[in-house]
Design a protein around this ligand. Structure first.
Ligand SMILES: [Zn+2]
Length: 287
């Protein structure tokens, strides 16, 4: 089985080189890059929901510079420790809102290093994003048995009940009902959100009145909070001819879309900036 289920009838989907198919006779072609589109026409908010090519490309350009690797490393360590301890056939990890797969690919590499069996599922509503994610996996030599990507909504996950050991959510929309449904009893979840001082210097550079982020109360219905870990470190960023790191970072944040041309121009004029990366990493267990 593929780890995904049919978005039409809910039966498990089997996967071959070209197609995902269910026992009910529904079939979904794999794209050239390898992902499968499990968004049903009626279920989409728009023709091309989620991040567009511009958003995917700036995020990819920034993340590929490695500035968020320390954060990713924290999540990799947590996952790999559990996989090494409890790894068994069917050990399944879901990256809900995986974007263009920067983190997901590193999770795969970390799980693979444990030498234990695993399946990693990446889901994102943006076809553009999962297409890039699938290409990234292919370039890294990932096997179809290790990682599979689907275009789907985190509010209607094409994933069977009680089938996942872990659910990961890094800066993605959160749907508690769906995550609780797909986790096995005792399954765990990692939720990563921006910390209070995340990118504060970037905001100071752009705005007359910068504000701190509000970190919500981490209590979540149906989950016990096992651990809260702050991950914070300085980043040295540059806007050079080859790499517009500062511009790309600004463009991948929600701030960019809420600001006017004046603030955007201030950021574009920067050549160097020391910026704080600050994340809150919450680890939960399903009650
Ligand atoms: Zn079906």
């Amino acid at each position: 089985m593929s780890g995904f289920c049919c978005p039409v009838c809910g039966k498990p989907l089997a996967v071959s080189d070209r197609v995902y198919s269910c026992p009910g006779g529904h079939a979904f072609d794999r794209a050239k890059s390898g992902y499968v589109n499990l968004l049903l026409p009626g279920g989409k908010h728009s023709k091309a929901p989620g991040d567009n090519l511009f958003m995917v490309d700036v995020r990819r350009a920034f993340l590929n510079r490695g500035h968020y690797r320390p954060l990713c490393g924290e999540v990799c360590r947590l996952l790999a420790a559990d996989a090494a301890e409890t790894g068994r056939p069917g050990f399944t990890v879901l990256d809900a809102g995986c974007g263009e797969g920067y983190y997901t690919e590193q999770f795969r590499a970390a799980l693979k290093e444990t030498g234990r069996p695993f399946t990693l599922l990446g889901v994102d509503i943006s076809k553009t994003a999962v297409d890039k994610a699938a290409r990234r996996a292919r370039q890294a030599g990932a096997l179809l048995s290790e990682i599979r990507y689907a275009a789907a909504s985190v509010f209607h996950l094409p994933v069977p009940d009680k089938s996942c050991d872990w659910a990961l959510n890094l800066f993605a929309p959160y749907c508690g009902e769906e995550v609780r449904r797909v986790l096995r009893p005792g399954g765990q979840m990692i939720l990563v959100v921006p910390g209070e001082r995340h990118l504060i210097e970037l905001k100071e550079a752009a705005y007359d009145h910068p504000y701190l982020n509000t970190v919500k109360d981490p209590a979540l219905e149906g989950f016990a909070l096992l651990e809260q870990r702050a991950v914070s470190y300085p980043m040295k960023l540059k806007n050079s001819a080859e790499n517009r790191e500062i511009d790309n970072l600004f463009r991948m944040t929600p701030y960019y879309y809420k600001t006017g041309r004046t603030e955007q121009a201030r950021v574009e004029a920067l050549e160097e900036l020391d910026v704080t990366a600050a994340f809150e990493c919450f680890v939960y267990r399903l009650l």
